[in-house]
Design a protein around this ligand. Structure first.
Ligand SMILES: [Zn+2]
Length: 317
């Protein structure tokens, strides 16, 4: 089977018909179709891609669409919503694109539900710089305090020390949170490690700029998405894939494409070593992910795994 394991409906102007035309044109048997759900999208000014649209597309083309859904873990009924949609045919917890950290109790409640229905989870990692802004009601003192936190230094006290002070002093943490514009999708590697160990039976599929920038030990220093240059030392992404049997990855989106396009000799080794853990996908970006894989001369056996067998096997459990 040939599968695009990361797609969305109504994202980057792709309609139901566009998806079917795309699958036909490239001879893909089917695609994984995923939601984005944030309980308060207006807060961060982000787009939601609701399960209803994914599910309707699936009902119209049940042999071409594999429906997936990741409820916002911040909703109280997130585990119940997931179980309910799985009983209607949803096959994956995707795309988990949340500002909630892996260590959060709410996220763990959702993972407990995932365990029950035995589905893979696709997660998005993205670190954006924390942007803070004063509220209109802030006093002069609060304006000064925010300036100190933003600038990172107070009479020689480094930023990390200030941040630690904020972390341990709960009211100040709450105060800061109220003034944070967008915290990023902060599913960092340290807490990812904890959850991979804690949920060995859940198959996690990583993706996104923060995940892929760590293919190299330089952490994508030159740019997190459009990273370039020879990889001199492998990064966390590689050691995590090697050390955790329940971690997989999809190569979709510009982040996956550029991570593999920067150093073809490295990519050939990387894709060969993890040929049973990586999934082809595009995330609606026509960058030529498949052409890139073809150009690396990986051989038919590895190509078949990347282009569909791995995705197929992840759904058979
Ligand atoms: Zn996506």
């Amino acid at each position: 089977m040939r599968i695009d394991a990361h797609m969305h409906i109504n994202f980057r102007n792709i309609s139901t018909q566009n998806i079917i035309d795309y699958l036909n044109k490239h001879r893909y048997d089917c695609c994984w179709l995923m939601t984005w759900e944030d309980a308060a999208p207006e807060k961060w000014n982000i787009q939601n891609l609701p399960i209803e649209n994914v599910y309707n597309t699936f009902l119209r083309h049940p042999t071409r669409i594999i429906p997936m859904y990741a409820p916002d873990p911040q909703c109280d009924d997130a585990p119940g919503k997931l179980l309910q949609w799985c009983s209607r045919g949803v096959r994956g917890g995707a795309e988990l694109k949340t500002t909630v950290n892996w260590r959060s109790v709410k996220l763990k409640r959702l993972l407990d539900a995932v365990l029950k229905v035995k589905i893979p989870v696709v997660f998005h990692m993205e670190n954006r710089p924390e942007v803070l802004e004063n509220l209109k009601t802030d006093t002069r003192l609060e304006v000064v305090l925010l300036k100190i936190l933003q600038s990172g230094r107070l009479k020689g006290i480094p930023k990390r020390v200030l941040e630690m002070a904020v972390e341990v002093y709960a009211p100040l943490e709450r105060w800061k949170k109220q003034r944070t514009l967008f915290p990023g999708y902060k599913l960092d590697f340290a807490s990812l490690r904890v959850v991979l160990k804690e949920y060995p039976m859940v198959k996690f599929i990583g993706h996104g700029p923060l995940f892929w920038q760590h293919i190299s030990a330089d952490g994508g220093k030159n740019a997190c998405i459009q990273q370039q240059g020879i990889i001199r030392k492998e990064g966390l992404t590689c050691s995590f894939l090697r050390n955790y049997p329940n971690l997989y990855a999809d190569i979709s989106a510009p982040s996956g494409f550029h991570a593999l396009n920067r150093d073809h000799a490295f990519s050939r080794r990387f894709l060969s070593e993890f040929s049973n853990k990586l999934l082809f996908g595009t995330d609606n970006y026509p960058l030529g992910h498949e052409d890139l894989l073809k150009s690396l001369g990986l051989g038919p056996k590895i190509m078949r795994r990347l282009m569909g067998t791995n995705a197929e096997q992840l759904l058979m459990q």
